[in-house]
Design a protein around this ligand. Structure first.
Ligand code: BES
Ligand code: MN
Ligand code: ZN
Length: 509
């Protein structure tokens, strides 16, 4: 997709589709109170072209509501699409992001391949963050998951222009726009990985894709397999892969900016189960096909590393993805087996883990991945994983879960969410939960029972990170969208990429 930012009057722009946002500025409440849509543009030609429809009461400027005008009077554009941002009091930059996605998803099925989006003009919506949000929303909205359809008609947008008025801080808006492109394309990169079926994206292929990306964007990449797992004594990670004909992949991506020798080292660790059958504790077949997305946490980390490589924040980052396939087999691990995780330090023995349920495999691969990140020098850790069905029971599909063992680290993470527009809800940790995973035969067991399943899973990881500041993102309920929204296709969401990138950037010196 060709993207461009320009500063020009909207009335003379030649385009198939000119998109302008509107808000509902009505503050009064009551059954007889009419909505009051206000076009967020200072352009008088646009105002008069839109006047009749705004007066009609047919269009309320609700969030992602659209109205289309053909041959709008006084404009050069062939069509004018007005997209609602919802109530003024609630409209944020994230509403702008969604509205841009809505416009793109409006255009695509109508065969419109080129569009122009007007930057909203409103005191509540600062220009630079809006420019970033518009282009992000548009690029994210352009993604469709129909990769393998033989009758696929490529409806993707070829050219996208964002237009702002001339009298604004251009360099500031331009750099925000450029960042938005990088971040959204990285999110889509993660989504394209998550969308791949298990037969097309094995652990080794995920490793190859990560390595190819790394050489493209200038990251160091190492991709290891079984031998390295044995060498590092990653008994927990290896136990998951042992039942599969597909070898595991330990993917390490490094971002080491020049001249940054001191300061924090951020460790990004992702769960990369390319297919999760549950293993011997096999899952029911209903919906099992969905378990191709069990590498969404790993994909989010690879996507985040892509954005980091291109945005170049001055902080060192290590990305680790633990990729394996969880299969039932004669060689697979069994309930009751005891595994020894990677030692946290050379002079400390690895923790022993009693396997209660082979379907609780994500925490096993992450245990060793987190330990390895520490060994490589990470001072702060963040992991992302489709770890538990339980998080979806707790939070539904509108918030992902976030766990953290360090208040300042969580405050920092929370503060980036207004920029990323992603929703994470903090979940508790606690000794009572940690007690639920004590084992009679070994140190810990890999499940803590039905109640508080997402929390006991987090406490399992906590055993391996100890006091290193750490955030755990359980994205199981959010990584796959079951029903299309006006601004995003159904399928892989790419959740996590934007927030993780922003969290990393917050550490830049
Ligand atoms: N990959 C699943 C979690 C999952 C469930 C992701 C639904 C996406 C949608 C994970 O490996 C798993 O199977 N977790 C079990 C843990 C249980 C056995 C303690 C679960 O949540 O049921
Ligand atoms: Mn599982
Ligand atoms: Zn899993």
């Amino acid at each position: 997709m060709h993207t461009e930012l320009s500063f020009a009057p909207l009335a003379d722009i030649e385009t198939e589709l000119l998109v302008v946002p509107a808000i509902d500025a009505q503050t009064a409440k009551g059954p007889d109170v009419k909505p009051r849509p206000v076009l967020l543009s200072a352009d008088p030609a646009l105002q008069s072209a839109a006047n009749a429809v705004l007066e009609s009461g047919e269009f309320k400027a609700g969030a992602n509501e659209t109205v289309l005008l053909h041959a709008p009077a006084g404009l050069t554009a062939k069509r004018l699409l007005i997209v609602g941002l919802g109530k003024q009091a609630k409209a944020t930059v994230h509403s702008v992001r969604k509205a841009a996605g809505t416009a793109v998803r409006f255009a695509k099925p109508r065969g419109i391949r080129e569009l122009v989006l007007a930057l909203p003009m409103s005191p509540g919506l600062p220009e630079a963050p809006s420019a970033r949000a518009v282009v992000e929303g548009a690029i994210v909205g352009d993604f469709d998951p129909d990769t393998y359809r033989s009758d696929r008609k490529d409806q993707s947008i070829q050219s996208l222009k964002v237009v702002a008025v001339a009298d604004i801080d251009k360099p500031f808006v331009e750099s925000a726009f450029a960042e938005g492109i990088v971040i959204a394309e990285s999110q889509n990169f993660a989504r394209s990985l998550v969308n791949e079926p298990g037969n097309k994206l094995t652990p080794s292929i995920l490793g190859q894709r990560a390595a190819a990306l790394a050489s493209e964007v200038g990251l160091k990449a190492e991709v290891y397999s079984t031998e390295k797992l044995h060498e590092l004594k990653m008994g927990a990670f290896w136990s998951v892969s042992q039942g599969s004909a597909e070898p595991p992949a330990l993917i390490v991506l490094r971002y080491e900016p020049e001249g940054v020798a001191a300061g924090p080292v951020l460790g990004l660790v992702g769960k990369g189960i390319t297919f999760d059958t549950g293993g011997i504790s096999i899952k029911p077949s209903d919906n099992m096909e969905k378990m191709k997305y069990d590498m969404a946490g790993g994909a989010a980390m690879i996507g985040a590393m892509r954005a980091i490589a291109l945005l170049k924040p001055r902080v060192r980052v290590i990305g680790i993805v633990c990729a394996a396939e969880n299969m039932p087999d004669g060689k697979a691990q069994k309930p009751g087996d005891v595994q020894t995780a990677m030692p946290i330090a050379p002079d400390r023995p690895g923790k022993t883990i009693e396997i209660i349920n082979t379907d609780a495999e994500g925490r096993l691969v992450l245990a060793d991945g987190l330990t390895y990140a520490r060994q490589l020098g990470a001072t702060h850790l963040i992991d992302a994983a489709t770890l538990t069905g339980s998080i979806g029971i707790a939070l539904g599909t509108h918030n992902a879960g976030a766990f953290c063992n360090d208040e300042p680290t969580f405050a920092r993470f929370e503060s980036v969410l207004t920029v990323s527009g992603e929703k994470f809800w903090r979940m508790p940790l606690g000794e009572e939960y940690a007690d639920m995973i004590k084992s009679d035969i070994g140190d810990i067991k890999n499940t803590g029972g039905r109640y508080g399943g997402a929390i006991t899973a987090a406490e399992f990881l906590h055993v391996f990170v100890e006091d290193v500041p750490w955030i755990h993102l359980d994205i199981a309920g959010m990584a796959w969208i079951d029903e299309a929204k006006p601004y995003i296709a159904k399928g892989p969401s790419g959740v996590g990429v934007r927030s993780i990138v922003e969290w990393v950037r917050s550490y830049a010196q």
